[in-house]
Write a protein that binds this ligand. Structure first.
Ligand code: C5P
Length: 208
């Protein structure tokens, strides 16, 4: 029997780093489910296809290969925006959730991170974490990341984007972002990733 760890939370809360760290610690497979929405969006944009045609987007979603997902080619801001637009479509979500659920069964264990893992994709996961941080802290982290790479950035624009993305992800009708009833909350506003990792590790070790 495999062991699944479900990690949800808003954009830039630190769940990506935390998920990779956990997967490495336990030798589990990791899937960043945001990349499945981003890859679908990129294929639509690259193909000059509409972002508002559910049947077209579903077809593209069914062709996404989980093995080849790479954040470095999917990180563009425009791709993230397009991803959160197509993520409101039930047929797109159904297609990607099926692929994510198949991935979650891999042995010896899996870590999936996203927005609806604990609530929809893996509702029976034995460990569920909801990783969050204030919008100000998340915008600052994103700002530091961009400027750290030598790129120009404007804090206020990033802050507005973070709030807009939260509204879209939490306000949609199908699978809105929210903690599962049995999720453990990890607020990383004033916690280092290392401290969050140690807290997660205690919860996982107790459930293994
Ligand atoms: O996590 P990331 O920012 O890369 O995700 C891009 C977008 O994909 C999110 O804003 C969200 O709208 C959507 N998404 C989702 N469900 C997931 C993962 C991502 O709706 N499980």
């Amino acid at each position: 029997m495999t062991f699944t760890i479900a990690i949800d939370g808003p954009a830039a809360a630190g769940k990506g780093t935390l998920s990779r760290r956990i997967a490495e610690e336990y030798g589990f497979h990791h899937l960043d489910t945001g990349l499945t929405y981003r890859a679908t969006a990129k294929a639509l944009l690259d193909g000059g296809l509409p972002l508002d045609d559910e049947a077209v987007a579903e077809k593209v979603a069914r062709e996404v290969e989980l093995a080849g997902l790479d954040r470095s080619v999917l990180s563009a801001h425009a791709i993230g925006e397009a991803a959160s637009k197509i993520a409101v479509m039930p047929a797109v979500r159904r297609a990607l959730v099926e692929a994510q659920q198949a991935f979650s069964l891999r042995e010896p264990g899996t870590v999936l991170d996203g927005r609806d893992i604990g609530t929809v994709v893996c509702p029976d996961a034995p460990v569920k974490l909801y990783v969050t941080a204030s919008p100000e802290v998340r915008a600052q982290r994103r700002y530091d990341e961009i400027t750290g790479n030598g790129q120009p950035a404007d804090y206020q624009t990033i802050f507005e984007d973070v709030k807009k993305r939260d509204e879209r992800d939490m306000g949609r009708a199908d699978s809105p972002l929210r903690p599962a009833d049995d999720a453990h909350l990890l607020d990383t506003s004033e916690m280092s990733i290392e401290a969050a990792f140690q807290a997660a590790k205690s919860l996982i070790d107790a459930a293994l």
